[in-house]
Design a protein around this ligand. Sequence first.
Ligand code: GSH
Length: 225
Amino acid sequence: MTPVITAYALSPDRGRGLARDMRVRWALEEAGLRYDVRPLSFDERHREARLAGNPFGQIPTYEEGDLVLFESGAIILHIAQQQTSQEHGLLPTEPKARARATAWMFAALNTVEPVILERQTARLLEGGESWAQQRLALIDERIRKRLAELARHLGDAEWLDGGFSAGDLLVVSVLRWLTASGSTLVDEQPNLAAYVARGEARPAFQRAFAAQLALYKASASPEGK
Ligand SMILES: N[C@@H](CCC(=O)N[C@@H](CS)C(=O)NCC(=O)O)C(=O)O
């Protein structure tokens, strides 16, 4: 059964692969699974996403028969658990390694992403406030601390814990909020910058990126409207 995910037809990131359908597409590509996309209009996003099964009116959702999921982390965990071969593995099969890879999934979403998203909010929604620069400086210091901790753990390794896993997929995805929006915070940690580049160089990432960009371009062109 081919799963269907939702994504914005005209994503506000203009095809930079920052919307959270990108990480789900990437996981599906890594898992070697075909999928279809139901594009939602950004203006009607809340109504359409709620109809598609997200109580918070957000993308992505994931439909597989009568199973409807929301939350990118839960969707990726579900995809990773479907793996049938090591070739397309997103989680190791050895139980302890699998538990550690799952911990990295949570770390990405619960420990690394929140402070990075605070920066997005400060820039995009609070940028005009008199205190905006002061707040941004404080947030950047908090991000620097997190990135230094992550860089220390990664060291010279290729991935965070053995082979590439769904944990790496999510950590790279959240670091891209910074790298793909012009921030140099990740570059301050050269091993992390190389880690993000390694993730982006994976053929599965490239296919997912191209697909979301193609949707954006088709929707942005006069014929696509
Ligand atoms: N925690 C959710 C966040 C989903 C989310 O924030 N999606 C954004 C797009 S990347 C969205 O639909 N925002 C529209 C809104 O909240 O109005 C997840 O990881 O799936």
